[in-house]
Design a protein around this ligand. Structure first.
Ligand SMILES: [Zn+2]
Ligand SMILES: [Zn+2]
Length: 347
């Protein structure tokens, strides 16, 4: 039996384990086998590592974690047409069925039968990964391999920013984790301004400034609502991007928004909570939920922003670690003293 190194969720408890497992083989006509080169750690992977309530209810063990990657195609099923052996690829992580009403109406990213790579199937924190052809994205050889894995979360930022229509508009971003930081760059590239960021961790506030935010505030130390009003001549921002999953941040977005404004909400909240819905109604606000990426419109935009150097991932990726040092990466993410953490998996 040929084996490979893989980071496996083996116990129903905090942690992951690096072990040797069998290399996957192609069994279906539309499957593709990829030799993984780089994989980045996502908030979702951290939740699986921490074994939070969501993970307990969703993850079957044992399972290989990870979903953001770049690598080389080394095997293709009989019916595969879109990629060939040797192609440099990444992948969309929402695996659609292709047949349901949502898939058939341009909404594959919220397919009724959707599976998520590394959540519902074995993932990519491994030397080899098997994925269905439908999710593969062929990368330009000009794109750096360790940045290619980060296109998936960059896609979240692109979807969140583009939905609001930010050109020439003031934008409030609540939460400057890796996707919030990418949203700053994307909003700026698309002509937004001023860009105001609210974030509780000083390390990330500092990164927000370095990524091009015009104003950065810590809501535990400053009255961000007041600051937004001051900056916008008492009018409020035209667009708010909620990237934190914090109840107070969503309330701030609703309060700090100009009537008729747009909120894109990407952050996931721990539990249901009340919001002042009459403010949404009487301010004529659009509150737009964001999940995943539009397939594949978002990928074209994200890839264009990278290839035309409108977005610089050097300012986002703070750590590049060998797979063996995976736990250091997870702990950095847990503490929030990092931007994006990328693991080097293979040559
Ligand atoms: Zn992700
Ligand atoms: Zn479907």
């Amino acid at each position: 039996m040929a084996t490979m190194k893989a980071l496996v969720k083996s116990e129903q408890a905090r942690g992951l384990s690096l072990r040797r497992v069998e290399i996957p083989t192609i069994t279906e006509d539309h499957e593709v086998l990829v030799k993984v080169k780089y994989a980045s750690i996502c908030g979702t992977d951290l939740h699986i590592y921490q074994w939070n309530e969501w993970a307990k209810n969703r993850i079957n063990t044992p399972q290989i974690s990870g979903h953001e990657f770049s690598g080389e195609v080394i095997g293709v099923g009989k019916a595969v047409k879109g990629v060939q052996i040797g192609d440099f690829v990444s992948a969309e992580t929402h695996i659609p069925c292709g047949y349901c009403r949502l898939c058939r109406t341009g909404n594959m990213h919220i397919c009724r039968n959707m599976k998520i790579l590394g959540v519902d199937t074995d993932g990519v924190f491994a030397e080899y990964a098997k994925v269905p052809e439908v999710v593969l994205w062929k990368n330009s050889p000009a794109l750096s391999q360790h940045f290619a894995s980060v296109q998936e979360p960059l896609g979240n930022a692109v979807f969140t920013v583009t939905t609001g229509g930010v050109a020439g508009r003031s934008v409030l971003i609540t939460g400057a984790g890796p996707i919030g930081l990418m949203a700053i760059q994307v909003a700026k590239a698309l002509g937004a301004g001023p860009i105001i960021v609210s974030e509780v961790k000083d390390y990330r506030l500092d990164m927000a400034a370095k990524n091009g935010a015009d104003y950065v505030f810590n809501p535990t130390k400053e009255d961000v609502f007041r600051k937004v009003k001051d900056i916008t001549n008492e009018e409020g921002v035209e667009v708010a991007l909620e990237m934190s999953g914090n109840e107070k941040a969503l309330a701030l977005c609703i309060d700090a928004l100009l009537p008729s404004g747009h909120i894109s909400a990407l952050g996931v909240f721990d539990k249901p909570f009340p919001i002042d819905i009459n403010k949404v109604i009487f301010k004529n606000i659009t509150l737009y939920g964001i999940t995943g990426r539009k397939m594949f419109e978002t990928w074209y935009i994200a890839s264009s922003l990278l290839l035309n150097k409108r977005v610089d991932l050097n300012k986002i990726v703070t750590h590049l670690l060998p797979l063996e040092e995976w736990e250091k990466g997870f702990l950095l993410m847990e503490q929030g003293n990092c931007g994006k953490v990328v693991l080097k998996i293979g040559e």
